[in-house]
Design a protein around this ligand. Structure first.
Ligand code: F6P
Length: 328
């Protein structure tokens, strides 16, 4: 184990996700296990630029494993995109005698970590924390499993009222420009149609499918729409389009929005966060840098940050086929 890494800082950055607190807890406890000091940085890179630091011992992370959000807060920092901003951040890390940094966030946060690490030859590790599950090299990002369960709970509730009023509901879910939440939660919630950016089958096909559903005797339907879907219409314009072409449908819209980002993390996310935190700290102590700790076929792996940043986790085409068959 490296003797030079005597103090590690951890921050959360980008959109928050359930499981981030469990990851913070794991990083802090793993540092304590190895007698390494740990510092929490508030508000992501902006807090690093302002020196908004807090020493964190093992007791400082009591009772947070089950809490959504992040006790270190999160932010998006324009100033960190400037060399002057990164220089200020570096000086604060140096003055605090911090020797390495763990960034819990998404691809945007990892990009900042990669640039900073190269500029200052500063050891960094990434932990994938975003509900979008859109990071290459890991089958799961922290928050994704919890978000899926939040979404299916919401759609189950919507289905109650849809079937009571024989309505069609368009439900918009998050994912920025990836359709993982829409596809998996759509199948899990029994949606009749799922629209994702990775596969645009066109509006005509949507109308045909809805007509088929109606003809087969379905009195209500759920269509899950990924926010990044590229039909060229937002979910409200889709409603108008369907009402115009299928006036027999009584259509409503429900945008789930930021409730998908909250809630107590699932057991899967808590365990994943605990595993990734250990991997990130111990990899730094082994002298490694510029990797993301991820999971692949239930094995914890290291993925070069540059790869994690560049790629997207591909949509599972077998799931697309399951979705088609289920809407029979
Ligand atoms: O990246 C996570 C995410 O929730 C996306 O799914 C969503 O598009 C975006 O963040 C929303 O960003 P903000 O919280 O800044 O509105």
């Amino acid at each position: 184990m490296s003797k030079t890494i005597t103090k590690i800082a951890v921050l959360t950055s980008g959109g928050d996700a359930p499981g981030m607190n469990a990851a913070i807890r794991s990083v802090v406890r793993t540092c304590a296990f190895h007698n390494i000091e740990c510092v929490g940085i508030y508000r992501g890179y902006q807090g690093m630029i302002e020196g908004d630091f807090k020493e964190m011992g093992p007791r400082s992370v009591n009772n947070i494993i089950n809490k959504g959000g992040t006790i270190l807060k999160s932010a998006r920092s324009k100033e960190f995109q400037t060399q002057e901003g990164r220089e200020k951040a570096y000086q604060h890390l140096k003055n605090a005698n911090i020797k390495a940094l763990i960034v819990i966030g998404g691809d945007g946060s990892f990009t900042g970590a990669e640039i900073f690490s190269k500029e200052y030859d500063f050891p960094v590790m990434g932990i994938p924390g975003t509900i979008d599950n859109d990071i290459f090299g890991t089958s799961h990002t922290l928050g994704y499993d919890t978000a899926l369960n939040t979404v299916i709970e919401c759609i189950d509730k919507i289905r109650d009222t849809a079937s009571s009023h024989n309505r069609l509901f368009l439900v918009e879910v998050m994912g920025r420009d990836a359709g993982h939440i829409a596809l998996n939660a759509g199948i899990g919630a029994g949606a009749e149609e799922i629209l994702i950016p990775e596969e645009n089958l066109g509006l005509e096909r949507l109308l045909e499918s809805l007509q088929k559903s109606k003809a087969s005797g379905k009195s209500s339907s759920i269509v899950v729409v990924a926010e990044g879907d590229n039909t060229g219409k937002n979910v409200f314009e889709l409603k108008e389009y369907i009402e115009k072409h299928l006036p027999e449908y009584d259509t409503r819209v429900s945008v789930l929005g930021h409730m998908q980002r909250g809630g107590s993390p699932s057991c899967f996310d808590r365990v994943l966060a605990s595993r990734l935190g250990v991997k990130a700290v111990e990899s730094l102590l082994e002298g490694k840098s510029n990797f993301m700790a991820g999971i692949d076929k239930d094995e914890i792996v290291l993925v070069p940050l540059q790869q994690a940043i560049k790629g997207h986790y591909p949509i599972n085409t077998e799931l697309l086929r399951v979705s088609d068959i289920m809407s029979t």
